[in-house]
Design a binder for this molecule. Structure first.
Ligand SMILES: [Fe+2]
Length: 339
């Protein structure tokens, strides 16, 4: 993050896990977002979709469970759905509904001041809703997965609670700062490029690895490869260490309705239990990432929705919307970060 955030904000992020932007969305915009997601069906939950063809995830849970998932996909699917229904009433991915509006508002209020790197991809948005009956998410990191394909260890997450997350309501996010334990992730981009670029049928006309050209068999072979296995084992160890040795080091922040928080979903995090019986916990999230000098093309679709289609220019203070994924080959080399 040191080459992404300006120094004082990096220091804040590194030691506390968060960057407090001290920016808040206007109440009308928060209410508009809430209203929009009211129209989504009760129980709409996109999380289980990530378990389809996603070896990264099953590997985390161990070989036995991975084998079970692959052998009995339908039972596994039901198990996963049940698990996520217990956590969320609604989880909506990739509507791309308010990315432009939110970022426009933030840029009008000097949001670009936080960043050192020029271009940031605003990949997709997310709406989460849960009531007090549901269990809160335990300690985890949002592991990379093949549905996103291009992921870095430096997620830039814009986190906007649509209700107060405080001592009384609960539901506060808790993060283990990077100064305590770091989850490596950029190495996966190196592996992906090294592995898939040797087969020219995986490349597009610019010589970029195109995730949509990679066959399921090739993906499965990559998953079995030593580098990938080593990394998955490393993830498993590091999550064990976070739970066993750092459970008391997670920091929490109080957020009022509409307040904009920056953090990194790749750091270990958990959510506090929601305590308010009268209203639900609702958050709106925009997931972004910086651009590295690796020749991997962005995916166009996430579970049938166009994503990776917003580009934040922190120098000009502009947000650009495209009708396709951002073409990374068009980003000047000097504006890319070294992997
Ligand atoms: Fe998470």
């Amino acid at each position: 993050m040191h080459n992404i955030l300006k120094e004082n904000y990096f220091n804040e992020y590194y030691s506390s896990g968060f960057v407090e932007t001290n920016l808040s969305l206007p109440d009308e915009l928060v209410d508009e977002i809430k209203q929009h997601y009211l129209t989504k069906a009760e129980g709409h939950n996109d999380f289980p979709k990530f378990f389809v063809n996603n070896e990264h995830q099953v590997y985390m849970e161990g070989r036995a469970l991975g084998l079970f998932f692959n052998t009995f996909p339908n039972i596994a699917k039901k198990m996963v759905k049940k698990l996520y229904d217990k956590t969320y009433r609604k989880a909506v991915y990739g509507e791309q509904a308010y990315i432009e509006k939110v970022l426009k508002y933030l840029l009008e209020n000097d949001f670009q001041r936080f960043f050192k790197t020029r271009y940031i991809v605003a990949s997709y948005d997310m709406y989460l809703r849960n009531d007090y009956l549901r269990s809160a998410a335990g300690i985890h990191t949002d592991f990379p997965n093949f549905h996103h394909f291009y992921e870095t260890e430096n997620d830039i997450t814009i986190y906007i609670p649509l209700v107060d997350l405080d001592d009384e309501n609960g539901g506060r996010i808790q993060v283990l700062p990077e100064s305590k334990l770091k989850v490596p992730g950029n190495i996966l981009l190196k592996f992906l490029y090294q592995y898939f670029s040797v087969d020219s049928s995986n490349l597009d006309e610019d010589g970029y690895v195109d995730p949509d050209k990679i066959s399921p068999a090739a993906t499965a072979a990559f998953v079995r490869s030593k580098p990938h296995q080593d990394l998955m084992n490393l993830y498993k160890s590091v999550i064990g260490l976070a739970k066993s040795h750092y459970a008391d080091d997670f920091l929490m922040t109080t957020e009022t309705k509409g307040k904009v928080l920056l953090w990194n979903n790749k750091n270990f995090h958990a959510a506090e239990r929601w305590k308010n019986e009268q209203i639900d916990r609702e958050v709106y999230v925009v997931r972004m990432f910086p651009i590295y000098d690796v020749n991997i093309k962005l995916k166009r679709n996430l579970h049938g929705n166009l994503f990776n289609n917003f580009l934040l220019d922190t120098e000009k203070g502009e947000i650009h919307r495209y009708d396709h994924q951002i073409d990374l080959s068009q980003i000047p080399a000097e504006a890319k970060l070294e992997l």
